[in-house]
Design a protein. Structure first.
Length: 179
């Protein structure tokens, strides 16, 4: 039995397997946390919060969601749903003509109230301080210009942004003094 002064081959080696195992557990945990946060933010029922950049003298947006048939007017904490029927009234030679959604005109005594009138009247009364900000869903793209013309005909300033079909949206007004 010879004893040498050299260490054996078993003592030269350092095993990295426990270190790699710990790193894999750490990476798995980070991936789980990241995916959980992503699912919460973009998953079912997630909404968007739009923050308008209000400069000195800029107008305040009034959010109106448009889906092609219904307009949802965000008035403070209240949301009013309005059905647009696309019936228009135009004065022609001292009489009124009613245009149906198909474009056919009929003479009438005068314009009838429209469910959209309160919103248009509100924006027209506050035209120096407010404007209409439309969140347009894909189902409302094809008739949005016709819908927006109701506001443009009354010289109401508008803005528009696309929005996913099922996603909710709200305006998050910035706090004074913070950017």
């Amino acid at each position: 039995m010879a004893v040498s002064g050299r260490p054996s081959a078993e003592q030269d080696h350092f095993d990295l397997l426990p270190f790699v195992g710990i790193m894999m557990c750490l990476l798995g945990t980070l991936l789980l946390v990241t995916m959980s946060v992503a699912v919460i933010n973009i998953g079912a029922g997630a909404g968007e919060g739009w923050v308008p950049q209000l400069d000195k003298g800029s107008k305040i947006p009034v959010l109106v969601e448009w889906d092609g048939k219904y307009a949802a007017w965000h008035a403070g904490n209240d949301i009013r749903t309005i059905e647009e029927n696309f019936i228009e009234y135009t004065p022609v030679n001292g009489t009124w003509v009613r245009y149906d959604p198909d474009g056919k005109g009929h003479p009438v005594d005068g314009p009838q109230p429209n469910p959209l009138d309160p919103l248009v009247n509100y924006l027209q009364a506050h035209e120096s301080t407010h404007y209409a900000l439309f969140a347009v869903r894909p189902s409302g793209f094809k008739n949005f210009r016709r819908f927006a013309s109701r506001f443009e005909d009354r010289q109401i300033e508008i803005g528009a942004e696309p929005l996913d079909q099922g996603k909710s949206v709200r305006l998050v007004m910035p706090v004074e003094g913070k950017k």
